[in-house]
Design a protein around this ligand. Structure first.
Ligand SMILES: [Zn+2]
Length: 881
């Protein structure tokens, strides 16, 4: 574990290394406690660099056995070795030489899950961002591209399967029951994409014929006996390969493509060239054990990692500041894939909900940073919603501005111009400038400036002049170390909506460039005048969420109700209803509506009933519309002096009002949606289940609700329905005999299935109310729980701290105290997972003063702990700053 050195890495300090490593040959002799790694590196001095410049290689906790250059072992005086660095003091004067380094590792004792480690007796690796330096000394930075040849040796009975990147080479038997396998990857790659897997695994095999007619052998490796559960992942992989050919013209390039599922994994999955390694939760699924959300996640993540083969692997990042170059772009690509496989409108709403729930609070708090950061202390902490989700939104805006065809031409040019290179955001933006002839310099601020821009909009209609005017003003709030902001280029998609939801035409427009339904906001203030508009329209703004911004719109409630019923843009229609719900919840929190509340609520509950029963809308869409804004969404919109208990009460009251007002509509729809056919994970079937389970959540609030939910639980034929009913019972009827029985039945049935038990932990960790902290503390001693496994920790501790507003933010600070102790306990094993957990308090300054003080104490307790890792110190210190 690296402790904090306090070193800050800055974008402006980038310079190419003096040396290159064009070829890397690695031999592993695997053993749990003493694995030997022999790395033979072809080192090349870069043109123009003076001879004899010392060569500095990165390490992290390494034990060096020997070093040799061109076959001659180095004497101790010729090099300096610490666990974290190897310096060759006087490299040969030749421009090219061979450096041999032998190191020894103990994968069985590697609990940080970075570098080479063991998970359920399987050797595997995780090298992004800086894990390769835990295997051997190397120039462990993404602009060092190398061709890798790998040989793995292991005891055959311990590891019958030996995998690495690229294509398989030779293999065979060795003495004493050992065997070996060779792999060669012809595509130069950075060290973070290196991977090795060895162990006894089951295989699901298939193949794919690419657009040029080459056959690629596909393999998904899982725990033996679970091959059947990889079927959906395999199907998603083949659809991804097909889609990337059709949508982006990208063909797969090796003879084999392998995926391995492991049970101990810090992230979701990793795109190592030709050998993706996955958290098993994103591979294994069937109707008995996985929910519809799990199926959708598997599809999206399989696609995401596969798409990295071009956006990330063939074209990689020059340095870690460019992380969004691969991540934002690849998230955009997987979003488009899912939109094509499922419902575009539903997918977009879900994306925006995720962005607002995770990226907006990040952008509005102490951890705010630009999509392309300029400095970091620990790169592991920059795998953030800003880099991924906002990074994807920025790519989407480029497409909105240029149009789909020009965007595709830009992508083609990007692949053509930068294939085989380590590129930058500037390179990426340049291809779009080159194909379109447009100047995107103001637009590029989306990459360089943190904070969520806000647009204030008001409208006036002059009937006699037949003129409709939008007054739009932009502002970007200050963020840490960026107090003054520059004006952004914001593509604001919009529509003027007239009677019956018909678009309103206009004769002319002035005050801003308006093209293809988009107003281009570039100045602080625009007066956008539409002429020839006889009737006052309702204005639908930021259609399709064309820009990741917040809107402050002076708009009559009548217009919102009208748009919620009639907007032809599905996203904006959902948005209008969601805004009305949010307004009602904020008014309940502030107790500002008084007598008007009843009338407003009545209109709202009436509209909820209409949406629920509107057969012209997809069930999945209706389910999303009926889901009330989350407690943390409401808190974010309120912004300060947050009392989570008051938000919770207001939300419960509105839910009850909606349930009471629509009892009959909801009940009959609930009955009609009862599942009749065989299970299918497709989007339409999942949508029907989602709507029915949303209705259950409302109906469970009414008398007889516990019985209804218990029956739903009993009759469930798939995990989606079973988990939904269990959630309703545990949350709405906490402590009731029906809830207690269902939790016990679930545990009895799935106690030995770790991934399913994660749901059981999650459901209990998110039970609202002050008592949950004790339940969660007790569950840390449950036999199915382990502090060493990231999935378990995220299910129980992560859910409690990030998705349980009333439980975690208990007024007396007990939730925070439990949290700080647990974060420090996790950190002893796995600093990366601990640092991620610690971000749960990033919005602490928005709390009311009492909770704020207690949250600060908890953060200080973490910050004051001895030997804090770089990962965790970075997060707590920035959060407290
Ligand atoms: Zn990725």
């Amino acid at each position: 574990m690296r402790t904090d050195t306090g070193q800050v890495f800055k974008l402006e300090d980038y310079r190419p290394n003096d040396y290159l490593i064009p070829e890397t040959s690695l031999t592993f002799r695997l053993s749990p406690e003493a694995t030997r790694v022999i790395a033979v590196l072809t080192i090349e001095r870069r043109d123009g660099v003076a001879a004899l410049v010392p060569l500095l290689l990165d390490g992290d906790g390494l034990t060096l056995i020997r070093v040799a250059i061109d076959g001659h072992e180095l004497a101790p005086a010729d090099f300096l070795a610490t666990p974290d660095q190897l310096t060759i003091l006087q490299p040969p004067a030749t421009t090219r030489f061979q450096l041999l380094i032998e190191t020894e590792l103990a994968p069985a004792r590697n609990e940080a899950l970075m570098g080479l480690y063991r998970s359920s007796n399987v050797y595997c690796t995780q090298c992004e961002a800086e894990g390769f330096r835990r295997i051997t000394y190397f120039l462990d930075r993404p602009d060092i591209l190398s061709v890798y040849t790998v040989r793995i040796e292991a005891k055959r009975d311990e590891a019958p399967l030996l995998l690495s990147n690229g294509n398989p080479a030779d293999s065979g038997a060795l003495a004493d029951g050992w065997h070996y396998a060779g792999w060669h990857d012809p595509f130069p790659k950075p060290s973070y994409l290196f991977a090795l897997v060895a162990g006894a695994l089951g295989k699901l095999a298939d193949s794919f014929v690419t657009m040029s007619g080459r056959t690629v052998e596909l393999g998904i490796y899982v725990e033996p006996g679970k091959e059947r559960l990889a079927g959906y992942a395999m199907d998603a992989l083949k659809r991804s390969m097909q889609w990337d050919e059709e949508a982006f013209g990208r063909e797969y390039d090796l003879d084999v493509f392998n995926i391995v599922a492991v049970s101990d994994f810090n992230m979701g999955a990793m795109e190592n060239k030709g050998l993706n390694i996955f958290n098993d939760k994103y591979v294994l699924a069937d109707q008995e054990t996985a929910t519809d959300a799990d199926f959708a996640n598997i599809e999206a993540i399989i696609a995401h990692e596969y798409f990295h083969n071009w956006t990330g692997n063939r074209i990689t990042c020059r340095d870690w500041f460019q992380l969004c170059l691969k991540e934002g772009l690849t998230v955009f690509r997987d979003h488009e894939f899912s939109a094509d496989q499922r419902s575009r409108a539903v997918k977009r709403i879900a994306e925006v909900r995720t962005l607002r729930a995770h990226q907006f609070p990040e952008d509005q708090g102490p951890l705010a940073h630009p999509v392309r950061p300029r400095r970091y202390r620990e790169i592991n902490n920059f795998y953030t919603a800003t880099v991924y989700e906002k990074g994807s939104e920025v790519v989407r805006m480029i497409r909105t501005i240029l149009g789909a065809e020009t965007f595709r031409a830009g992508m083609d040019l990007y692949f053509e111009r930068h294939d085989g290179e380590a590129a930058t955001i500037e390179d990426f933006v340049k291809v779009f400038e080159d194909v379109s002839g447009r100047d995107l310099s103001q637009f590029s601020l989306w990459y360089h400036q943190a904070g969520t821009p806000n647009l204030t909009v008001s409208s006036t209609h002059n009937a006699s002049a037949q003129e409709f005017t939008l007054e739009i003003e932009q502002s970007v709030p200050p963020t840490p170390s960026e107090s003054r902001k520059r004006l952004m280029h914001i593509p604001l998609a919009f529509g003027l909506v007239g009677a019956g939801g018909k678009p309103v035409a206009w004769r002319g427009v002035e005050g801003a460039v308006v093209e293809d339904g988009v107003i281009h906001i570039r100045k602080r203030r625009h007066m956008v005048r539409f002429s020839g508009v006889a009737e006052r329209p309702a204005v639908s703004l930021n259609r399709g969420f064309s820009a990741p911004i917040t809107l402050s719109v002076e708009q009559r409630a009548d217009d919102q109700f009208f748009l919620a019923a009639h907007d032809s843009d599905a996203f904006s229609r959902w948005q209008a209803f969601n805004t009305l719900l949010t307004d009602a919840l904020i008014a309940a929190f502030r107790q500002t509506l008084g007598g008007k509340q009843t009338e407003f609520t009545a209109r709202l509950t009436g509209l909820a009933g209409k949406i629920a029963g509107d057969e012209t809308l997809e069930p999945a869409y209706r389910a999303l519309a009926l889901a009330l804004p989350g407690e943390s969404d409401i808190a974010r919109d309120i912004g300060k002096s947050i009392d989570p208990d008051a938000i919770f009460s207001g939300r419960e009251a509105l839910a009850l009002a909606i349930a009471k007002a629509n009892r009959d509509t909801f009940a009959s729809l609930y009955d009609r949606l009862a599942d009749d056919g065989p299970f299918s994970p497709d989007a339409a079937s999942a949508g029907r289940r989602a709507l029915r389970n949303t209705l259950l959540d409302y109906l469970a609030l009414l008398p007889g609700g516990a019985t209804l939910a218990a029956e739903h639980f009993r009759a469930a034929t798939n995990m989606t329905d079973r988990a939904a009913a269990l959630t309703v019972l545990a949350h709405r009827h906490h402590g009731a005999p029906e809830a207690v029985k269902a939790l016990a039945d679930f545990e009895a049935k799935y106690g030995s299935d770790a991934l399913v038990m994660d749901k059981w932990f999650q459901i209990q960790a998110s039970v609202p109310g002050p008592q949950t902290v004790y339940a969660v503390r007790a569950l840390t001693s449950h036999p199915a729980f382990s502090m060493a496994n990231p999935n378990r920790v995220r299910s129980l501790i992560g859910t409690f701290s990030s998705a349980n507003q009333t439980g975690f933010h208990r007024a007396d600070g007990e939730g925070y105290r439990f949290f700080s102790q647990t974060v420090l306990e996790v950190e002893k094993r796995n600093p990366q997972v601990a640092a991620r957990l610690a971000t749960a308090l990033r919005s602490w300054r928005a709390l009311e003063p009492g909770r704020q003080a207690k949250a600060r104490e908890a953060l200080l307790a973490i910050a004051g702990a001895e030997n804090l890792s770089a990962d965790l110190r970075d997060i707590v210190e920035r959060t407290l700053a």
